[in-house]
Design a protein around this ligand. Structure first.
Ligand SMILES: Nc1ncnc2c1ncn2[C@@H]1O[C@H](COP(=O)(O)OP(=O)(O)OP(=O)(O)O)[C@@H](O)[C@H]1O
Ligand SMILES: [Mg+2]
Length: 353
């Protein structure tokens, strides 16, 4: 007997719309999507745009798991490294995954309530983006935090897929597309086709790791201590300065504590001194992309040769990332429009299905 294969019999032909329907079965249509990032959290609804966009930060009086939440989100940005007494700033996520369940619970409750008001959260259903390679323990910790925050039900979606959806890539076609989502805590590369992820690779490090590398360089090479916010500010300035190449005569002025005399001070560093730090960071990302490309079937290679690579996420702003990928792969690299909001926009699209 001739058995006629139907598209629905072939799992890889189930496009993402079917995947979304399957995910939401039994859950009901989700009310909003949460891009719970290491640096920033965004909450979207299908029709209402971005309802919430604030740093993923909490401030507790006392220990995070026992203390009282005194501030969260934007209000905490200026408190970083400046708290006094029993105050403590906590980040719910590190390297893209949950690291502090109590902070995540309180932060999610704050973020959702800021978006929907003081309504009963149990009636709300949400989808949350997670790194594609998050372990079961990491996923389950996030689900526990969301449940403890009071959310009714939650489904998790792989971030690179959602980012590709938000970047308007034709992921449902039988055609390979490649995305590199450059966040603060993770950098994830994925090759997508037929509504799913064909291959993925990631570094548990993103913009935050570069901030750390800049601080370490100043600490060990120049005996100068800076805080996390200053490191991020210096990185943004450097990225802008490197846009048109490295001008050895230009310096960057950074304020902090001079370890030689223990005094507050400022230091002027030639940008050419910090360029290798950024180069080393972007070389790691380019090597990860190269490694992923070397493992995919040739038809997908062909598609990516034609379509190139799309960068998304806040750290896609670092022009040297794109340039390093071009250098090692020879492929074309483009930065998606509104790259920092691709995951949020993708969640919005997923909600609309
Ligand atoms: N102009 C810029 N220059 C350099 N880096 C930037 C710039 N703007 C944002 N970034 C970096 O982008 C990162 C934040 O991006 P994004 O909001 O996508 O991260 P996230 O979603 O919170 O993190 P993740 O997805 O890894 O958990 C930060 O490291 C930030 O310093
Ligand atoms: Mg992100």
């Amino acid at each position: 007997m001739l058995y006629k294969l139907r598209p629905e019999d072939i799992p890889s032909l189930n496009c993402y719309q079917d995947e979304m329907k399957r995910l939401f079965q039994g859950m009901g249509k989700p009310d909003f999507g949460i891009d719970f990032g290491t640096a920033n959290t965004r909450i979207v609804t299908s029709g209402g745009g971005i309802l919430f966009d604030e740093p993923s930060l909490c401030c507790f009086m006392g220990q995070a798991d026992r203390g009282e939440l005194v501030a969260a989100g934007s209000a905490v940005r200026s408190m970083l490294d400046r708290t006094s007494g029993a105050m403590m700033v906590a980040r719910p996520l590190k390297r893209g995954v949950l690291s502090d369940i109590a902070a995540a619970r309180d932060y999610l409750a704050y973020a959702v309530q800021s978006s929907v008001g003081q309504r009963r959260l149990r009636s709300f259903r949400a989808i949350i983006g997670v790194p594609a390679d998050a372990t079961n323990a990491e996923r389950s910790a996030l689900l526990t935090a969301a449940n403890d925050a009071g959310l009714g039900s939650v489904q998790l979606l792989a971030e690179p897929l959602v980012a590709a959806l938000g970047a308007d890539l034709p992921i449902e076609l039988p055609q390979g597309t490649m995305i590199v989502e450059c966040g603060a805590g993770t950098t994830e590369a994925a090759i997508l086709s037929l509504g799913g992820i064909c291959a993925t690779a990631s570094l548990r490090g993103g913009g935050d790791a570069l901030d750390g590398a800049i601080s370490d360089h100043l600490h060990f090479r120049h005996k100068f201590l800076i805080g996390a916010s200053t490191a991020e500010k210096a990185k943004r300035e450097l990225v802008e300065m490197f846009h048109d190449g490295v001008d050895a005569s230009v310096s960057i002025r950074i304020k902090g504590r001079n370890l030689a005399n223990g005094l507050p001070g400022a230091i002027s560093i030639p940008v050419s001194d910090l360029h290798p730090v950024v180069e080393k960071h972007v070389a790691g990302i380019a090597a990860m992309v190269l490694n992923l490309l070397s493992q995919i079937p040739p038809e997908l290679s062909r598609d990516i040769h034609d379509g190139g690579i799309v960068l998304t996420g806040g750290s896609a702003e670092i022009g040297l990332v794109g340039r390093a990928i071009v250098d090692v792969t020879g492929l074309s690299v483009t930065v998606a429009d509104n790259h920092a909001h691709c995951v949020a926009r993708g969640l919005q699209r997923a909600l609309a299905h």
